[in-house]
Design a protein around this ligand. Structure first.
Ligand code: PLP
Length: 309
């Protein structure tokens, strides 16, 4: 199945969308991006793009931080994304990557006096972590970049070297995922996920001030926990020791969905398997992202025009 990109203001085969080696963003990481999932509902023959508008809201905020102007309205961004998914025509879970970048072919570190471009590509994308078995995690020796180094609410490409270092260290040590701490020693997040723990039946997650990316999946899970299970989430700093004694722990992210954490630094979380609340939230979440829960259909953008038989 051929892949397509929206690049240089037009749709083209992904294999033809290329940038030059002097491109500013390639040399200095001066770009920002989003990761959006299209979730394939086999029964309905439909691809539901999850919380598309919220992802573009965050992309536009990231662009603002990097002084990048995208020459498209929100409605146009949404329409372009739907058209790209339609052109690709995948009938499986899909990852959609919009990216805005400093495109001038110039050497010199800065943000000003540079041209910017915007692109989107899409590709088939299955599970990122094992959502059934759960993930074994370690606390990383790499600390999460602090907000006074790079604005961490923006999804800036260069920032992801921090995540890459932590992820590779974890995998090379035999773990599935890394958990990064802040410079103050508080739990911040996974390499590409937000983190939740369950203590005394209460969900707890780090606050924005602990240098997290404010995840759209994090928000989704907090709303589902409240509306569907009557569980409020407390946003407060978490000490690493609390991870060891938590009843349950899970990671959230567009790529990772809701992934149970079953071990941290070789210590079992709970019984060392996905916990009860985690499983309930997982089930609710998958119904929602697949467009199966009518209450949350507003979060799902159907990409395909269905032909009535
Ligand atoms: C660093 C980081 N934190 C958290 C998340 C989760 O955010 P979201 O749920 O919006 O995908 C991501 C995923 O994009 C991420 O890269």
């Amino acid at each position: 199945m051929p892949s397509y990109a929206f690049f240089d203001g037009k749709f083209m085969p992904l294999s033809e969308a290329k940038i030059g080696i002097v491109t500013h963003a390639f040399n200095y990481g001066t770009a920002c991006f989003e990761g959006i999932r299209g979730n394939w509902n086999e029964e309905q023959g439909q691809m539901y793009i999850f919380r598309l508008r919220e992802h573009y809201d965050r992309l536009l905020e990231s662009c603002h931080v990097l002084q990048i102007e995208i020459p498209h309205t929100m409605d146009k961004l949404i329409a372009l994304t739907i058209e790209l998914v339609q052109r690709c025509g995948y009938r499986e879970d899909t990852y959609i990557r919009p990216l805005a970048y400093k495109s001038s072919e110039q050497v010199g570190v800065r943000l000003h006096n540079l041209e910017a471009s915007f692109l989107i590509f899409a590709m088939p994308f299955g599970p990122y972590l094992d959502i059934d078995k759960g993930a074994k995690c370690c606390i990383s020796s790499w600390q999460r970049v602090d907000n006074d180094m790079i604005p961490i609410r923006a999804k800036i490409n260069g920032l992801y070297v921090n995540s890459a270092l932590a992820k590779t260290e974890a995998v090379e040590k035999g773990f599935d995922e890394a958990i990064l701490l802040t410079h103050h020693g508080h739990v911040s997040k996974g390499s590409g996920e937000n983190i939740f723990i369950l203590i005394d039946g209460q969900l707890v997650t780090p606050p924005a001030s602990d240098n997290i990316l404010i995840g759209i999946t994090r928000d989704t899970v907090m709303k589902l926990a409240k509306n569907e299970l009557g569980i409020e989430t407390i946003e407060r700093s978490i000490d690493p020791g609390e991870l060891y004694t938590a009843e349950e722990c899970f990671l959230t992210g567009t790529a990772a969905h809701v992934t149970p954490v079953i071990e941290i630094d070789h210590r079992k979380v709970g019984r060392g398997a996905a916990g009860g609340i985690t499983k309930k939230l997982q089930a609710l979440y998958f119904d929602v992202i697949l467009g199966k829960n009518k209450r949350y259909l507003d979060w799902c953008t159907p990409a395909y025009k269905l032909v009535k038989s």
